[in-house]
Design a protein around this ligand. Structure first.
Ligand SMILES: NC(=O)c1ccc[n+]([C@@H]2O[C@H](COP(=O)([O-])OP(=O)(O)OC[C@H]3O[C@@H](n4cnc5c(N)ncnc54)[C@H](O)[C@@H]3O)[C@@H](O)[C@H]2O)c1
Length: 463
């Protein structure tokens, strides 16, 4: 099939490449000229394991192309996937300006396509416009209206929310737990089923449903996952107040098969380009329809507070230092910038909030991340310096803050870290180290929902 992906970001690039990999002719379109130029020079604009090789192979085979030429990308496609961003607007609602702009572009290209007949709506060859971006219920109808206003050519609408996870995106797309297709007629559902058939050979389901339900599935799934994270963070905070250990509580709780053990790790709260904005968008949908989403409003608040509480812990510790109280002038090492391991995405990453706070408080920040220095630099510029490796980052540091649970941080040379730091103080926002290990190595160690280890310099603590 001839496919055009509109928006060559984390979703459009990965899914377009995977569609090309199953033999389709794919054009990835973007308005960002630099991004397309990079891709045409064989450089991926994002870090995603396995992606570079797949792009190179499919580009070489002539099945995967990158362009900024809207007219030809839209006119040649049988199926167009809209994969542009849907960030929060100033009121927290999903901002549909990119989606609707793409719809207008599609209509204009269809209308001016040479040789294309008007056809009729039952034409099996009518273009299918698929909204893959995460959008509030009713957006497909808006896209349909926008295209209909600007073109008389036949087209079909479909919703196909994307469930890939950054860091495991290729595997998620190639072996999805499920594929969700929302459509208005059987023919469209069948054509999209054909497209997805190679990805569900192991029997995972393709659910074909009405468009509003398909739009809602994605929000419901993300809202549920975000709820699990806020839930365990709230329990972790109670554990801290009452001297319980959230790791033990988690183990005991998660062995109940009705609860399960996925997505119930306490930490700095969720970040990234999806959960924060998607939870807010659901809250916005509730407000617009006078169906308040009390639970999800709290999920969002708990998540915001989680970062604040962690920053308070830092502040309290540094304020309590007897000789030089406060963060001003301190050197702080950061391990992990990406919002989670496996990606260079720093959108809504807790690390960014924490580093901004440290900079404002007058601390100097040295950060290390295996892949996210460039993306961090786009946000924080030269306010932060970047270390070549985790050990250099901690040289002379007054504290180490762990923000992302990359595997390489999990079993480091603890003695080496200790000997390099000005003070052996660690704030672990991901609970990646065992309490007995840090105790043995003499660290002052703060984590989430667990006892604070006072180290050999317990008197430094203002607790
Ligand atoms: N990132 C994820 O893990 C993920 C997972 C599932 C769903 N989603 C959803 O998918 C959508 C896209 O997310 P993303 O992370 O890939 O976004 P992104 O910001 O990485 O990419 C969006 C791209 O669209 C381009 N664009 C904007 N307007 C355009 C236009 N009119 N024509 C062509 N290109 C245009 C931008 O230049 C950008 O490159 C969002 O709705 C998001 O919620 C994201």
């Amino acid at each position: 099939m001839r496919i055009t992906m509109v928006g060559t970001g984390y979703v459009g690039l990965v899914t377009g490449t995977c569609f090309a990999n199953t033999g389709n002719e794919v054009t990835c379109l973007d308005v960002d000229e630099k991004k397309i130029e990079k891709l045409n020079n064989g450089i991926s604009p994002i870090y995603e394991p396995g992606l570079d090789e797949m792009i190179a192979r499919n580009s070489k085979a002539g099945r995967l192309k990158f362009t900024t030429d809207k007219q030809s990308a839209y006119q040649s496609a049988e199926i167009i996937f809209i994969c542009v961003g849907t960030p929060s607007d100033e009121n927290g609602q999903a901002d549909l300006k990119y989606v609707l702009a793409a719809a207008k572009d599609i209509a204009d290209a269809m209308e001016t396509a040479p040789g294309e007949t008007g056809g009729d709506d039952n034409d099996r060859r009518a273009k299918i416009i698929v909204v893959k971006s995460t959008v509030p219920v009713g957006t497909n109808a808006k896209v349909k209206a926008e295209i209909g206003r600007n073109s008389n050519k036949p087209f079909k609408m479909a919703s196909n929310p994307e469930f890939l996870k950054e860091g495991a995106a290729i595997n998620d797309f190639n072996k999805p737990d499920r594929v969700v297709i929302g459509c208005e007629d059987k023919g469209t559902g069948d054509r999209l089923r054909d497209l997805y058939d190679p990805f569900v050979r192991q029997g995972n389901p393709i659910f074909v449903m009405d468009i509003p339900s398909a739009e809602m599935v994605k929000y419901a799934a993300n809202a549920m996952l975000a709820t699990k994270i806020s839930f365990i963070n709230e329990i972790a905070n109670l554990c801290e107040s009452y001297g319980a250990d959230v790791d033990e509580v988690r183990r005991g709780m998660c062995s109940d098969s009705r609860i399960g053990n996925k997505f119930l790790y306490p930490g700095l709260g969720y970040g990234g380009s999806c959960f924060p904005k998607d939870v807010l968008a659901v809250v916005g949908m509730g407000l617009s329809s006078e169906t308040p989403t009390k639970l999800l409003t709290s999920v969002h608040q708990v998540n915001q507070d989680q970062r604040g509480a962690f920053i308070n812990k830092l502040e309290t510790y540094f304020r309590g230092l007897p000789d030089t109280p406060g963060l001003a002038g301190k050197k702080i090492a950061i391990w992990g910038i990406a919002f989670k391991p496996g990606t260079d995405d720093v959108r809504e990453a807790p690390s960014i909030t924490i580093m901004q706070h440290l900079i404002e408080a007058g601390a100097s920040v040295v950060a290390y991340d295996p892949v996210a220095h460039e993306t961090c630099h786009e946000v924080l510029g030269d306010k932060v310096s970047y270390a070549q490796d985790p050990m250099t980052a901690v040289d002379g540091a007054d504290a180490l803050i762990i923000c992302t649970d990359w595997d390489e941080f999990k079993n480091p040379d603890f003695d080496d870290i200790r000997s390099r730091m000005a003070a052996p103080v660690v704030f672990d926002g991901r609970n990646i180290w065992r309490l007995d290990t840090v105790r043995e190595h003499g660290f002052v160690y703060h984590s989430i929902g667990r006892e604070t280890v006072l180290g050999e310099t317990g008197c430094l603590l203002n607790s």
